[in-house]
Design a protein around this ligand. Sequence first.
Ligand code: ATP
Length: 939
Amino acid sequence: MNMHPNGYGIANGQLNGFNNVNGGGNVDKHTDDGRGIVEGNLYFSLTLFICNFCLQNASSQSLFHIVHKILDDSIENRKEDVPDRVACLLKSLVQLIEQRSSKQVEEFKKQNNLYKTREDKYQLKMGVFKTLVTGAMEENEVVCLLFITKDSYESAPAYKVNVFLQTEKTMVEEKKKLEDVELVRLRKENDDFNLEISKLKKELEVTRDAYEDRCLQLETHAMEIKSELEEKIINLEGLLTDSRKKVKEHEKFTESKFLRWKKKERGYKNFMNFQCGSLKELRMGSESIKQEVLMTQQIYSEEINQFGMKIQGLVDAAQNYHTVLTENRKLYNEVQDLKGNIRVYCRIRPFLKGQSKKQTTIEYIGDNGELVVTNPSKIVKDSHRVFKFNKVFSPAATQEEVFVDTQPLIRSVLDGYNVCIFAYGQTGSGKTYTMTGPNASSPEDWGVNYRALNDLFHLSQIRRSSFEYEIGVQMVEIYNEQVRDLLKRISSISHLKDVYLDFHTLGIWNSTQPNGLAVPDASMHPVTSTTDVLELMNVGLMNRAVGATALNERSSRSHSVLTVHVRGTDLETNAVLRGNLHLVDLAGSERVDRSEATGDRLREAQHINKSLSALGDVIFALAQKSQHVPYRNSKLTQVLQSSLGGQAKTLMFVQLNPDVESFSETISTLKFAERVSGVELGAARSNKEGRGVRELMEQVTNLKDSLTKKDEEIARLRVRKSSSGEQGSLRYSSSSPRNSMVDLQPNSTPPHDKSLNLGPKAASDIDNCSEFSDKQSETGSPHSTDEFRHPKDFLKQSGFVTTDGVNDDLEFLGLGDADSEDRLSDISDGGLSMGTETDGSMSSIVELTLFPETAKAPVEHRQKPIVPSKIPRPPQKTASSSQKPAAPSSQGGLIAPSRPSLAKGVPRTASSMSTYYRFYSRGLWVSMGVFSPSQKGSS
Ligand SMILES: Nc1ncnc2c1ncn2[C@@H]1O[C@H](COP(=O)(O)OP(=O)(O)OP(=O)(O)O)[C@@H](O)[C@H]1O
C-alpha cells in the first residue's frame, strides 16, 4: 500500500484490479447470454464490494482517474450502451467524490474559522499589549511623580532618585522596544497568516470551482448516460416483450411442428415397414434377375468378343486406310510433281498495329490447304467462298514455318533443278515481308531469300566431299517496264561502298538458256558465304524502287527478281549440275482510288497493274493449254517465262490482307491463285550433264566455231568477189546473228574469254546485246527485244536475208521452209533463234564469266576440219527419213539443225524441240534438241 501525499491510503493493487475490471471490459463480455449475466452479476457484486472498500481508501485524484478511465473507455470503444453496473459504479464514484468534496469544503471552512479565531486572538493580544504599554507609561509617570514627591518629602538625595528613575525608564523602554519588536513580528505573522488564508481561500475557490465544474460535467454526463440508459432500457424492454412474444409464437409453431413430425414419423414407420416388405420381395427378385443377368452377361461377353474381333479387323483396316491415305497423298504429290503443277502457298498477313478492331474476311483455315473466306459486312446466302491450295499459312505463321515448307523445293536447286518462287498479292499484303523479311539484321525475321541462300550454303558445305558448288547471284528489278540491274558496278563485295548504280535498261535474253539467265547483261556476283549475300541483297534492296502510298508506307514500286545460279560438279563422275533459283517479289496490284497514287506513283501503279494483268493472261493461256502464250506482253512475263512455261519447279506465295475493306481484292487474288494452281508445267528436269554430254556440247561448240570460221571465209571470198567488180544486188553478211551481235562491238571478247567477273571485256559483249535491245526499247519501238529476235526480222536486220528470199544460211538454220510461219509463231514466244544461237555464244559467255574453269580453249578443235563443206539438207518426209544418214567422212560433224515439223524420222517428243541437231561422233549418230519453252511435256 502506498501513501498518498494527501494522506489518503491507496490500495494500488486493488485499484489496479478495479481498473482492469472496468478498463478491460471483462465483466461486459458475458452480458449476451443468461449464464454470463448471472456470473457477471455475482462477479460484479463481489468486485463492487471490493471496489467500494478500495474506493473508500483511494485518493480523490485516483477516483477522478477512474472516472476518466471509464468515460474514456466508453468513448473510445464507442459503446453507446454503458452497462448498468458500470453506471452504478460511476454513480457511487460520483457520490464518493461529492462526499469527499463536501467534506473538504467543510474542512476548509473549519480552517478558515480557525484562522479567523486566531486572527481575532492576535488582535486581542495586540490590544492587550497596547493597553499594557499605555499602562506602563502611565505607571512610569506616576512612579516619577511619586519619586519626586518622595524626594521632596523625604529629601532623599536627588541623584539617587534620578538614577533609579533612569534605570527604570531604560528598563521600561527596553521592554517597550521588545514589545514593539514582538508586535512587529506578530503583525508580520498576522500578515503572513492573512496572506496564507487568502491564498488558501483562492485555492479553495479555484478547487471548488473546478470541482463544481467537474461535478457539473459529470452530473451532466451521468444524466445523459442515464437518459440514454433509460432509453435503452425502454428499447430493451420493448425488445424483450417482442422476443417473449416471438418465443411464444415459436413455441406454438414448434409444438404444431412436433405434432406434424410425430404424424410423419408414424407415416414413415408404416412406409418403412412396407418398404422392408417390398425390399425383401425385391431382393428375391434381384437374385433371380442377377442370375438372368449373369446368363445374359455370358451371352454378351461372347458377343462382345466376337465384336472385338470384328472391330480389330476394322482397326487394322483403318490403319491400313491411313497408310493408304498417306501413300495416296504422296502419290498425289508425285503426280503433281510429274504434272509440274505450280505449287501455291497462301499466307495471310496479320492485322498491323492499330488495326485490331478491323473485321477479318478469313473464316476458316484448314490443315490441308483449305481456306474459307467471307465478307462479314455483307452476309448473304452462300457468301462463303472455299479455296484449296497446297498450303495455307495463318497470320500467326512465323518466317521459319513458312521457310520449312519451302526448303525441299529450294534444296532441289542443288540437284540441278530450276526453281522459281514468287510472291503475288495486293499491295501491302506482305509479299516483301515473306520474300525478304522486315529486318535483315535479325535472323528470325529473315524472309525466304536470305534463308534460301543460307540453306544452300549450308547444304553445299555438307555435300562438299562429293560435290563442288559455285553460287552466283543476280538481282534485277522491272520498273516501269524497264529491267534494271540492282547490283550494277559492284566490282567486288569488299568494295560495296563504291557502288554506283547505272539504271540503264537491260535486255531480256531468251529464257530457254540452259544456264537460266533471263537477263544475262545483269551483273553476276559470285558468293561464298551468307555474309556476302546479306551485303549484296542489302545493296539490291536499297537500290530497289519503293514509295509511300496510302496502303503501304514502303510500297515496292517494281518487281524484283533475285536469281541464284548454282553450278555443282560431281567430284566422282565430273558430271555437272546447274540449277537456278528465281526469287521474285512482285509489286502489289493496287486500286489507284485506294492507294491514292498520283504523278510518278500513278504511272508506276499503271505499269504494275499492266504487267500483273499480262501475268494473268499468261497464266490463263497456260491453264487453257493454249497454243499461243503471250509472254511478250510484258517484261515480267518474259523474265518469268522459263519458270512459268518451262520445266522448272514453281511455287507461288499468295499473300492476303485479311481486312474486310480488301475483300474484293482478296477474292480476285484467290481466283488468280486458283488458276495458277491449275497450271501444269510438265515434270521438272534436272540440268545434269554427264561427261559424254559435256564432251558432245564441247564438240558442238567447236563445230560452231568452225562454222563461224567458214562463214568468215565465205564472207571474205564474197567481199573479194564484189571488190573485183562483180555487182552484188544484195547486202550480205555471212556472220550469224550471234556474231552480228558480238561484232557490234569491235573490241568484243571472244566467247572463250576466261574472266570471272563481268569485267569490261566480257561485260562489253553482254552490254552490246543489251545496248542493242535497249535501243529498241528506248527508241519507243513497239517491238520488244524478243520481237527483234523474231528470226526473220532479225536476220533481215542483220543482213542475213536477201529481199528475194532465203539464202543458204537461212536454210542452215532451218527457217526457210514453207511452214516456217507456223513455227515462227512458236519461236516468237519461245525465243527459238536466240536460244539456239546463244547456246554457243551468249550463254557460254555468261557461263564462262561465272564458272571460268569450264571454258575450254577450242583452238585445238578448230584445227580439225570437221564441218562438211556441204551441209546436207534435213531429212525429208520420205520413208528414207528413218534411214541412218551417211556418216560423214570426218570424225564427227554437224549434220543439220533439223526442223521438227520436217523431221519425220525423229521421235514424237522431238517435235517440241525448237531446233534439232544430229551429228556424228565417235562412230555414233547423236541427236540433240533445244526445247522451246512454250512447248509442254517431257522428252
Ligand atoms: N506476316 C506478317 N507479320 C507481321 N507483319 C507483316 C506480315 N506481313 C506483312 N507485314 C507488314 O505489313 C506491311 C506491308 O507488308 P509488305 O511491304 O511486305 O507488303 P507488300 O505486299 O510487299 O506491299 P507492296 O506490294 O506495296 O510492296 C509491312 O509493314 C509489313 O511489316
